[in-house]
Design a protein. Structure first.
Length: 149
């Protein structure tokens, strides 16, 4: 094999290896327990800065992004081994000390919901959140759009 062919083959292998984890995200969620997939769109002119989460009864598949850029979308997902379900909370800080809290509740005892999703803090009236649950228990999918009112 010529040097040029080896270099090209190595480059293709490296790109494929680096791309593999991204493809294994929300599309490859385990199906042996309840899951939550949160699609978050930042429809503002400011970045959303990660400030904390709660995932006590599940394991992250796609961890919350540390920054969601202005006008960008990201996916957060988790799976639980407890077949009864679980809940997630992810919080981001916005300019003016506003705190955007995204909640997902996926329990088999009731409908999956985004109850508890809210904006708190110093500039809480500067942002709004629209949430929509697309599918419920056991494989919850919900969308969240953060915008200016």
């Amino acid at each position: 094999m010529k040097l040029r062919t080896r270099v090209i083959a190595a480059a293709v292998f490296a790109v494929a290896t680096l791309a593999a984890p991204a493809a294994a995200g929300a599309e490859g969620l385990p199906d042996d327990g309840p899951t939550i997939t949160m699609t978050v769109t930042n429809h503002t002119d400011a970045p959303m800065i990660y400030s904390g989460d709660s995932n006590e009864y599940g394991q992250w598949v796609d961890k919350p992004a540390t920054v969601i850029a202005a006008n960008a979308t990201t996916t957060i997902s988790a799976v639980a081994s407890d077949r009864r379900g679980f809940g997630l909370q992810v919080t981001y800080t916005m300019p003016g000390d506003a705190h955007v809290t995204l909640m997902s509740n996926n329990y088999g005892t009731g409908p999956a919901n985004a109850d508890g999703t809210r904006v708190d803090g110093g500039n809480q009236h500067g942002y709004s959140i629209a949430s929509h649950v697309e599918t419920g228990f056991p494989f919850m999918k919900a969308t969240y759009t953060v915008a200016r009112p």
